[in-house]
Design a protein around this ligand. Structure first.
Ligand code: HEC
Ligand code: HEC
Length: 213
């Protein structure tokens, strides 16, 4: 008896995906990416903008993660005035295609750690690799993967991301302005971090390699 609903579900899903979606296609995604380049740049490397709103590197991030963020901007779960209009222009197929396109690009090096002093970098490294139990801060790599270079589609690579972007996101979580992560994992960490710690971990991560290979 159990077979019937399973078969129906399987049929429903496969026919639905055949009708509505084709496979994600990075080449098609390149066409949509033309309107993203003004900020995320032709190589997907984005830009660190000191004192301004930094544009994150998308190149080499997981397609699942990029797709989730685009859906979140579109639905309003993640709010940002620069991104909402662009995410809203993309339909479902274009979201999957543009995510596959950026995921296929080689990761580029983050900026924003230039001139950071050694004490700040050491503190950043401690937080990223070992955490700080006296402040109940779990190490970043315990979720973000080996060398914080990303783990699957849920935990994005933050190593080699721009310092200005990392800092802005941690501040947004701390202030309650970004809250689109499951179970408030990031909010509960960011709220325990001082502004100095947020700055330290951002500049250290930006100085690290974005990819494991
Ligand atoms: C006007 C500049 C601008 C344009 C054009 C733009 N973006 Fe963005 N994008 C940003 C900024 C700024 C952020 C960070 C926003 C925030 O703090 O939430 C961002 C964030 C993102 C993120 C989240 C990245 C992450 O690591 O969480 C994705 C994905 C993204 N953009 C994809 C796109 C795509 C795809 C396009 C083109 C269809 C596009 N963007 C066009 C400025 C832009
Ligand atoms: C308990 C697990 C966990 C720990 C520990 C953790 N993170 Fe995260 N982090 C996440 C998840 C999950 C996301 C993705 C949120 C989403 O889906 O929007 C995330 C996203 C981020 C982002 C956004 C990246 C982007 O491209 O938009 C930054 C920046 C970040 N984390 C920094 C840190 C730093 C710095 C630390 C260490 C101090 C840290 N995280 C520790 C779970 C964790």
């Amino acid at each position: 008896m159990k077979k019937i609903p399973i078969l129906l579900t399987a049929f429903g899903l496969s026919s639905c995906s055949a009708w509505v979606f084709a496979e994600a296609d990075a080449e098609r995604g390149a066409a949509s990416a033309a309107m993203c380049m003004a900020c995320h740049q032709a190589d997907g490397g984005g830009m660190n903008i000191a004192g301004g709103e930094s544009w994150p590197r998308l190149a080499g991030l997981s397609a699942t993660y990029i797709s989730k963020q685009l859906h979140d901007y579109k639905s309003g779960a993640r709010s940002n005035a620069s991104m909402i209009p662009f995410a809203s222009m993309l339909d479902e197929q274009q979201i999957e295609d543009v995510a596959a396109y950026y995921a296929s690009l080689p990761a580029t090096q983050g900026k924003g750690s230039e001139g950071a002093d050694e004490a700040t970098l050491n503190r950043g490294q401690q937080l990223a690799e070992r955490g700080d139990w006296s402040a109940y801060i779990v190490s970043c790599k315990s979720c973000h993967g080996s060398d914080s270079q990303g783990a699957g589609g849920d935990f994005p690579g933050i190593s080699g991301q721009h310092a200005g972007y990392i800092e802005a996101q941690l501040q947004a979580w701390k202030a309650g302005n970004r809250k689109n992560d499951t179970q408030d994992l990031m909010g509960s960490i960011a709220r325990r971090m001082s502004d100095d710690d947020i700055h330290a971990v951002a500049v250290w991560l930006a100085s690290q390699s974005p990819a494991g290979n």
